[in-house]
Ligand binder design. Structure first.
Ligand code: ZN
Ligand code: ZN
Ligand code: ZN
Length: 396
């Protein structure tokens, strides 16, 4: 995997492999399907700027910056890429080159938005009336498109692009499974780092190094929530020292070379064993996580999976301590559709990948969460994380 460092120290650009054992990762049909779905919903033009939508649709893992890079998919005519001329060689080196996309390179003194508007209008035969812009586009770029197409109504591209991205191909599931196995290997080594007397930050630094060593190219997050910090679900790291008898929530994830993500939580008991009350509600949490996982199959709604976890926790009297949704989709982003939350009646379909991560949080005391990534299969569910889900006891 070639990694080219760019002038910006934190950003790296990678080429994406076009094939994996399970088949090609980026295929031209994504652009065709995106165009068809956009046309079906009455959208005249899709505009997607650097980020996971762009990488998904055409394989170009561009970095976001002020200069406009945009994939434009008109409902009629060929899709095209607008890129700064100095970066045109990077498009040639990416899988996008194999898709036959026309590349419109702009010079430093050109107006790239006018270029995009002209090319789209020429293909459509008229200026587009409805333009869908990627959900995570910079305002700078969305407003630039609006300025160049003053009569167009802008809307989010999420409803179009998410419909594609939510359902993973076998090649994508293979990438998520590899990411899941990599993060499982990190959890399996937790006893090397998580000990009484060490700070969360020290533990987190070791975990981050292991996330890279075990098969990721970047660390997305390292949550080490010890003792009372475990009651804050998105607590990251602090200088708190792990104490004897602490529960510690460890939620970690990274990005693999192909851009797919891992995300897995286990809760550890460090040193002396926790009391019987902890064992009791932890058992409830584990039942809730198992119930939600078991509820997954095609046709079941996302909110029914959330309810499956929530009902177990509520029935045991801990409902008010489960303060977040049960899960989120995962792919080229750690959080993406489908969201496993009350109100989302989306029926699950084979290939949908998401987390199942109920938690119980006791403010001021501690918390626990169990999180696996699962995939909806033709007849049920398959878990991509396989480490033990019991409260894991580490010697102090
Ligand atoms: Zn989260
Ligand atoms: Zn997580
Ligand atoms: Zn998660």
């Amino acid at each position: 995997m070639a990694t080219r460092s760019r002038s910006c120290p934190v950003v790296t650009l990678r080429t994406v492999p076009t094939a994996s054992p399970a088949g090609p990762l980026v295929t031209p049909d994504r652009l065709h399907t995106a165009r068809d779905v956009a046309a079906e919903s009455g959208v005249d033009l899709l505009v997607v700027t650097p980020g996971s939508d762009l990488r998904y649709l055409c394989g170009y893992a561009a970095h976001a910056m002020e200069r406009l890079t945009a994939l434009a998919v008109p409902r009629r005519g060929a899709p095209f890429l607008v890129v700064p001329r100095l970066e045109a060689p990077m498009v040639d080196a990416s899988p996008a080159a194999g898709l036959g996309l026309e590349v419109l390179a702009w010079d430093e003194t050109d107006d790239p938005f006018a270029l995009l508007a002209r090319a789209a209008t020429a293909r459509l035969g008229a200026a587009p009336a409805r333009v869908a812009v990627g959900d995570r586009a910079w305002a700078l770029h969305a407003l630039g498109v609006q300025r160049a197409l003053p009569r167009a109504a802008l809307e989010l591209a999420g409803p179009v692009v998410d419909r594609l991205r939510m359902v993973k191909t076998p090649a994508e599931v293979a990438e998520l499974a590899a990411a899941g196995a990599a993060i499982d290997r990190v959890h399996a080594r937790m006893g090397e780092w998580l000990r009484v007397g060490r700070t969360e930050a020290e533990v987190g630094a070791d975990v981050a190094a292991a996330i890279l060593a075990e098969g990721h190219v970047a660390v997305d997050f390292t949550i080490v929530g010890s003792g009372p910090n475990g009651a804050s679900p998105h607590h990251e790291l602090s200088d708190r020292v792990v104490a004897d008898g602490d529960l510690v929530v460890v939620d970690i994830g990274g990005e693999t070379a192909t851009g797919y993500r891992s995300d897995c939580t286990r809760t550890y008991a460090v040193g002396r064993a926790p009391g019987p009350e902890v064992a009791e509600w932890y058992a409830v949490l584990q039942q809730a996580q198992a119930a939600a996982t078991a509820a997954v199959r095609p046709g079941v709604s996302a909110e029914a999976v959330d309810a499956a976890a929530r009902e177990v926790i509520a029935a045991a009297g801990w409902g008010e301590h489960f303060i977040h949704r049960t899960g989120h989709g995962i792919g080229l982003d750690t959080h993406e559709a489908p969201y496993i939350v009350a109100g989302n009646d989306l029926p699950l379909a084979p290939g949908m990948a998401f987390s199942v991560e109920p938690g119980i949080y006791l403010p001021g005391r501690c918390g626990a969460r169990i999180e696996d990534i699962v995939v909806c299969t033709a007849d049920g569910v398959s878990a991509l994380n396989e480490g033990p889900r019991e409260l894991l006891t580490l010697p102090g």
